[in-house]
Unconditional design. Structure first.
Length: 258
């Protein structure tokens, strides 16, 4: 081969080598491609309590069982009518009617040897009944309770949310929890050096079940208070503070990176 041809071949080979070196290498897939992650999320909403459940009670003691029952029946009827007049929209339910004998205290001194204890004879009878009142009229509740306390006594009261309010808050609670899931996905993607758009939600478990570590928090305990009725014609109104309820939700999302 002549010298000019050798020079041309060498030049072409050198150019090809330079061109190959200047071409970019094919991009490798991210180390986290295909990674599946489990993301827990939480959401909560708060709202002032707008429903009360009040349990009124009446109890009588008498040597005559029928006399005690008659007074209970009369007072419960009178108390129920008072509540109905004071709060016509309240839901009323009578429950827990009871009657049981009351026996004298056992003797302190031991009985003589060989003498069997006498069969106890009741000294009287205790009769009672309960009235459950469910209402959303919290503004008038102290006045209603005071009126009923002229005949009945307050045995228990708890505050919570009306069903319509709880349904409305449930929609907000779901939205808050899903928003928290998206925020956590963005934070995790950035921590892994990925773009949030590379994350694809595979599964969303709104029950927060499965072996994902932990269970949803228990619902808040209802607020309770007890009060006794006083014998007075001018019954002062009791003081109530309904407070608020916090509704919580937990979900678990399974996210996969492209």
């Amino acid at each position: 081969m002549s010298l000019p041809k050798l020079i041309l071949v060498a030049a072409l080979m050198a150019a090809g080598s330079v061109s190959a070196q200047s071409m970019p290498a094919p991009a490798s897939a991210p180390a986290t491609a295909g990674t599946m992650i489990v993301v827990p999320a939480n959401g909560e909403v708060r709202h002032a309590n707008d429903q009360a459940i009040v349990t009124f009670a009446v109890e009588e003691f008498d040597k005559d069982k029928n006399a005690a029952a008659a007074r209970v029946n009369r007072k419960m009827k009178e108390g129920t009518e008072i509540v109905r007049r004071a709060d016509p929209k309240a839901e009323l339910k009578t429950e827990g009617y009871y009657t049981y004998p009351v026996y004298p205290e056992p003797p302190v001194q031991p009985l003589p040897a060989g003498r069997a204890p006498a069969k106890p004879v009741p000294t009287g009878w205790r009769v009672g009944q309960y009235l459950e009142v469910k209402t959303t009229n919290l503004a008038e509740l102290p006045k209603t309770a005071a009126a009923a306390q002229k005949v009945l006594q307050i045995n228990n009261i708890s505050f919570g949310l009306a069903p319509a309010t709880e349904k409305m808050l449930d929609d907000r609670r779901i939205a808050e929890t899903y928003r928290n899931l998206n925020e956590r996905i963005v934070s995790i993607a950035r921590a892994m050096g990925r773009q949030p758009g590379d994350a694809v939600i595979d599964t969303v478990d709104f029950e927060g079940s499965g072996n994902y570590g932990g269970n949803p928090p228990p619902p808040p305990a209802p607020m309770m208070m007890r009060a006794k009725a006083e014998s007075s014609d001018a019954m002062p109104e009791p003081s109530f503070e309904p407070g608020e309820t916090t509704l919580q939700m937990r979900l678990v999302g399974k996210v996969k990176f492209k």
